[in-house]
Design a protein around this ligand. Structure first.
Ligand SMILES: Nc1ncnc2c1ncn2[C@@H]1O[C@H](COP(=O)(O)OP(=O)(O)OP(=O)(O)O)[C@@H](O)[C@H]1O
Ligand SMILES: [Mg+2]
Length: 229
């Protein structure tokens, strides 16, 4: 089953007098449980593609289907609801709430969705953090965690609502090579254990070995797709 189906997506940013074509004829399908690496140089359109796939940004042209829903037709309110229930995001800069503990950073997801942070939600947050090797860190603030630990809290937050698609934007760029490899391995294991699809943006070719498939992007155009191995 296809989780993400992007067809002929074009994105033009209007910036003063100049138009910047960030994506051109971008077509990409991601299957249920599939991990796709999106590899490309700086400015090639990777973050733009992720933002459109996750309903954070509207395409200028083209069709974006997630889980069978045509999100290109959604209004702002529908998109907010859609994102909350279907997509997890992990960004380059981790964006944890600095004055909340690791556990509370996960519970924010529940509260945004109208939950009350009740016992079930707390148990789920703890269980997720435990799975991510942070069982002893649930009450720590982000400032008391290492870069790799913060990244794992962000992954836990992205998984909290059982999304069908998780979008990672350079999840290891702030980490050294060894830690980066560990986090990629963890991402792969978590996605496979849950049968969750993922797109992992990177400009580091070594990271593509953790994906099922690699798609290259240059100047807003998706290139030849090669198997990762
Ligand atoms: N809000 C914006 N307004 C105008 N131009 C933008 C905007 N966001 C991105 N761009 C431009 O669109 C192109 C693609 O940007 P994008 O952020 O998607 O690249 P990227 O592949 O994620 O790069 P990086 O690896 O540096 O993060 C670039 O030329 C960028 O300057
Ligand atoms: Mg980017």
């Amino acid at each position: 089953m296809t989780v993400l189906d992007m067809r002929d997506v074009r994105k033009v940013y209007r910036s003063g007098d100049a138009d910047i074509v960030a994506l051109d004829h971008a077509t990409l399908q991601v299957d249920h449980g599939e991990i796709v690496a999106l590899l490309g140089p700086s400015g090639s359109g990777k973050t733009t593609l992720l933002s459109i796939a996750g309903g954070l940004l509207a395409a200028t042209e083209g069709k974006v289907m997630v889980g069978g829903h045509d999100i290109s037709e959604y209004d702002g309110k529908q998109l907010t609801e859609f994102r909350r229930n279907n997509v997890g995001f992990v960004f380059q800069s981790v964006n944890l709430v600095p004055f909340l503990t690791a556990e509370e950073n996960l519970l924010v997801v529940d509260e945004l969705g109208g939950g009350k942070g009740g016992k079930g939600a707390k148990a789920r947050a703890r269980q997720l953090l435990e799975e991510l090797g942070l069982g002893h860190r649930t009450r720590n603030l982000p400032s008391q965690l290492s870069g790799g630990e913060r990244q794992r809290v962000a992954i836990g937050r992205a998984l909290f609502n059982n999304p069908r698609l998780v979008l990672f934007d350079e999840p290891t760029s702030a980490l050294d090579t060894k830690l980066g490899a560990q986090v990629m391995e963890l991402i792969r294991n978590e996605m496979k254990a849950r049968d969750t699809a993922a797109i992992i943006v990177t400009h580091d070719r070594r990271m593509t070995e953790y994906a099922d498939r690699t798609v290259e992007i240059v100047d807003g155009r998706l290139g030849a797709e090669a198997p990762a191995h």
